[in-house]
Design a protein around this ligand. Structure first.
Ligand code: SF4
Length: 380
């Protein structure tokens, strides 16, 4: 299939270029503890050997940043790093990576009195100094509350889009143009709309596509395919990640899925049925990363999927997240949410916390809440 790609600018990330007429690159992320250098190097190199153009690593502390220096020395993969609240870590990681990802929605947590513009300027300076690109990574589950409050609560797209556009303009004001943007949601149709609207406004900026918390294969691959076929088929998208909940050590499933979707799109083999069934049960789960505190997370996601099959014809969303960093926020929009701690799993109904329960009790608690929701809806 002949696809005319959006004429974006080209952004170099280590040894590859993203955007313009360059091939769409495929990414993945490690799920090892970053300070476990041997395991992380092993996973980075396995992903690289499987065809990952860029491998992302999560860094949350000075010790993680120190480990990154060692990891860098032992791999030739293009490395990207995922910053969370502490934007100052950028200075410690930039010498060892090719791209820094920051989330505009996380910048307000750390040094609250400091305006986000100063934090972005800090990251941009560091990136410039160390020859790094930047990804502005906006995520539906972690929008800056100030930005969210400007929009109608039913408008999921407005805050994400405005946040992405605002940060692009600000980086450009600073004279920094070596960046890409991602705007992710767990709903593929929202991903399509957001990225189409962004590309209409800023066709010059390369886009990193992904469906966040797509979940377990094969459902996670199907959700991602739905979004990618509609976007890439229209020339939108320059780099991709298929985020899958798979057991550690992470195998190259994400890379294989990404390459297979791209091959099919270019061969004209479009398989998606335009949209997911909105009347069906929807299980979303994060792909896990170094922040997971209990390796039972992936098994729990699989158990949740299996246990809830009896409710498959109900339009209920259940989110299963691997950690305390993003879990609490990214379960807010689900009907029922689980996020994993070291020994307990936190259960939520919408934004309301229902308590934390041992791993061997959580399925029973979840089932009880699911039954209540079904009974309430059937009583209406
Ligand atoms: Fe990693 Fe936590 Fe996000 Fe899961 S929710 S991918 S464990 S940061």
């Amino acid at each position: 299939m002949r696809i005319s790609r959006n004429p974006t600018r080209s952004v170099r990330i280590g040894s590859i270029e993203i955007g313009a007429a360059h091939p769409i690159s495929v990414q993945s992320m490690t799920a090892t503890h970053t300070q476990n250098i041997d395991a992380t190097v092993g996973q980075v190199n396995a992903l690289h050997a499987a065809g990952a153009d860029i491998v992302r690593i999560a860094v949350d502390s000075d010790k993680d940043a120190a480990a990154l220096a060692e990891i860098r020395a032992q791999t030739s993969a293009n490395l990207s790093v995922d910053l969370q609240e502490n934007y100052r870590l950028a200075a410690k990681v930039a010498p060892h990576v090719d791209k820094i990802r920051y989330n505009p929605g996380h910048l307000y947590h750390h040094e609250k009195s400091r305006p986000w513009q100063e934090k972005v300027a800090f990251i941009a300076n560091v990136a410039q100094e160390h020859d790094c690109a930047i990804r502005i990574g906006v995520n539906c589950g972690s929008i800056d509350p100030a930005k969210k409050s400007k929009f109608d609560p039913a408008d999921a797209i407005g805050p994400i889009l405005e946040s992405g556009l605002e940060h692009c303009e600000y980086l450009e004001e600073l004279g920094f143009t070596r960046f890409v943007v991602s705007m992710k949601d767990s709903d593929p149709s929202q991903v399509v709309t957001i990225n189409q609207q962004f590309a209409a406004r800023r066709p010059d900026i390369p886009l990193h596509l992904g469906v966040t918390e797509a979940g377990l294969p094969p459902d996670g691959i199907i959700k991602t395919r739905i979004a990618f076929e509609q976007l890439i088929g229209r020339g939108i998208g320059d780099t991709i990640r298929v985020s899958l909940t798979v057991p550690n050590p992470r195998k190259p499933e994400e890379i294989q899925a990404g390459r297979s979707i791209l091959d099919d799109i270019y061969a004209g083999r479009l398989r998606s049925v335009v949209a997911l069934d909105p009347t069906a049960l929807n299980i979303i789960s994060c792909p896990s990363c170094s922040r997971v505190e209990n390796e039972a997370f992936v098994e729990l996601a699989q158990d949740v999927k299996e246990m809830t099959q009896y409710a498959k014809n109900h339009a209920i969303t259940i989110a299963v997240m691997g950690c305390r960093v993003n879990g609490p926020g990214e379960t807010d929009d689900a009907d029922l949410g689980l996020w994993c701690g070291p020994t307990r799993v936190n259960l939520k109904k919408g934004e309301e916390s229902l308590g934390a329960f041992p791993y061997d009790e959580i399925l029973g608690k979840l089932k009880a809440e699911l039954d209540k929701i079904i009974a309430q809806r059937e009583a209406v």
